[in-house]
Write a protein that binds this ligand. Structure first.
Ligand code: HEM
Length: 491
């Protein structure tokens, strides 16, 4: 009955619900991946559900990923959805508070700063930050212990990212004021703020104060750096200070400041959640932690010298750990777009009308048996060529070279998003932080592996559940692991 009452002809099937406005908000919000999987079985790859009163159309699978993420700019729009949440946190005139063409230029500036030369400087910076953190943190003192790992990984992520991307000066401020201010900024990202972003609630007031204060800290730092006549720095702030928009227009200081906030927030949640999952997965599979240790000994030498950027290429299992963890635990489970013109779905009778929101969920195909044998098994070795669990197809083209590329204004990206594995998104909004995240996560992983052995506190191979209550999914807390120093621990 509902189908006839609420669904127009040519619209995808509507997920059954009892209450008109609430719709499926609660079942979706409790466990989005499960919601997608169950409804896909009932309705197929493309279906609509009610999210906070809004008709939201999900299209899963490689074709759905492509349809949404590579949607034309006249058809789909990201800023209309995200701006209420992001603008009060990042600040004005950047990311989703400006036309898409400006975001593309901003992404180009940020991406240019993420070069091999910069990464070469970042690996020692990240290694030193991790080592110094592990040395000074009471929870890691002694021969062995039990630690709630996500808060520790959140700190390691912010110290490593802020030092590498924003320079030592800003990093040092995280020991003083910045950590608390960023915490308050973060409150702006709770999903409830999709509706209450404007409300004069205590956490929104703290968010607004934190935004102004953090932006001022960055702007003051920019002025000081300029006055000093600094040269040769590689961090992104420095690069933005020397970038110009089309027409030779320098980037205003407040935009640099707001981009710095956006960059750190974009990377912080995803990288910190991913590194926590990596540690928790290793605790459930100590054998893989040994494989990693042996990979370092074999390929870098038994004395495990200080890590360099070049070393990372010699550690394919370390890279596979990140890949496999993102396959099962991609922190962004739902990617949304407003629909601007009615969009016919190729090969079907459906046309998505402009009062719908489109939702891409690449995590669904990343855990689909048709592409990944034993999809729920975390098995980093599956990314080795001859593994019986190797993905059947990851991109529907024979090789990287045949993969057609397109430039949306921030460098070349794959033209087709027709892939079941897209933890970094695709198209004009694709992540620019992928390589940085890989460098950061692999370095953190390598340093932890050479110093510790992990296992679950009860010795089992269990893995904790996922918390979907914030915008980025992460492990439920507390998530405790047992650690033990290795012989030859370098701390
Ligand atoms: C966009 C994932 C780390 C900066 C995205 C998107 C995804 C993603 C899925 C697409 C969002 C959309 O289409 O709406 C991840 C994951 C990360 C990660 C899984 C780590 C494991 C980072 C880092 C940075 C970063 C470290 C910064 C250095 C950005 C930026 C965008 C983006 C600027 C562009 C947003 C847009 O164009 O709308 N990321 N990201 N990300 N990410 Fe990341």
């Amino acid at each position: 009955l509902q189908q006839f009452l609420f669904k127009k002809p040519n619209e995808p099937p509507l997920v059954f619900h009892w209450f008109p406005l609430i719709g499926s908000t609660i079942t979706y919000g409790m466990d989005p991946p499960r919601f997608f999987k169950e409804n896909r079985e009932k309705y197929g790859d493309c279906f609509t559900f009610i999210l906070l009163g809004k008709k939201t159309t999900v299209y899963v699978g490689p074709k759905g990923n492509d349809f949404i993420l590579n949607g034309k700019i006249r058809d789909v729009n990201a800023e209309e959805i995200y701006t209420v949440l992001t603008t009060p946190v990042f600040g004005k005139d950047v990311v989703y508070d400006c036309p898409n063409s400006k975001l593309m230029e901003q992404k180009k500036f940020m991406k240019i700063a993420l070069t091999t030369e910069a990464f070469r400087q970042y690996v020692p910076i990240i290694s030193d930050e991790v080592t110094s953190y592990l040395k000074r943190t009471p929870d890691f003192k002694g021969k062995s212990g039990i630690v709630d790992i996500p808060p520790k990984m959140a700190q390691i992520t912010i110290f490593t990212a802020s030092h590498a991307l924003q320079g030592k000066e800003i990093r040092d401020k995280f020991d003083e004021t910045l950590a608390d201010l960023y915490h308050d900024l973060d409150m702006g990202f709770s999903p409830i703020n999709f509706m209450l972003h404007w409300a004069p609630l205590p956490w929104n007031n703290r968010r607004d104060y934190a935004q102004r204060t953090v932006a001022k800290i960055y702007m003051d730092t920019i002025k000081e750096r300029r006055a000093r006549g600094e040269t040769g720095a590689q961090d992104i702030m420095w690069h933005l200070m020397n970038s110009t928009y089309k027409g030779d227009v320098p980037v205003p200081d407040h935009e640099i400041a707001h981009m710095m906030i956006a960059l750190l927030m974009a990377g912080q949640h995803s990288s910190s959640s991913t590194s926590s999952w990596i540690m928790l997965r290793l605790a459930s599979r100590p054998d893989i932690m040994e494989d990693l240790y042996n990979e370092q000994v074999k390929n870098l030498g038994a004395d495990l010298p200080p890590l360099t950027y070049e070393d990372l290429a010699k550690l394919p299992l370390h890279a596979a750990i990140v890949k496999e963890t993102l396959r099962l635990h991609a922190p962004i489970h739902s990617i949304m777009r407003a629909v601007k013109t009615p969009m016919p779905v190729p090969g079907t009778k459906y046309v998505i009308p402009t009062d719908h929101v489109l939702l891409a969920a690449p995590g669904v195909s990343a855990t689909d048996e048709s592409y990944f044998p034993q999809p729920d098994l975390w098995e980093p070795h599956r990314w080795e060529k001859d593994s019986p669990l190797a993905p059947t197809i990851v991109r529907n083209v024979p090789s990287e070279e045949d993969d057609e590329k397109i430039d949306y204004g921030y460098g070349l990206v794959s033209k087709g998003a027709n892939s079941p594995y897209l933890p970094f998104g695709a198209g004009r909004h694709r992540c620019i932080g992928e390589q940085f995240a890989n460098v950061q996560l692999q370095t953190i992983l390598a340093i932890i592996v050479r110093n510790f052995k992990f296992r679950n506190v009860d010795g089992s191979d269990k893995v904790i559940g996922t918390d979907y209550a914030s915008l980025f999914s992460r492990p439920l807390e507390p998530a405790k692991i047992y650690w033990e120093r290795r012989e030859g621990c370098q701390l």
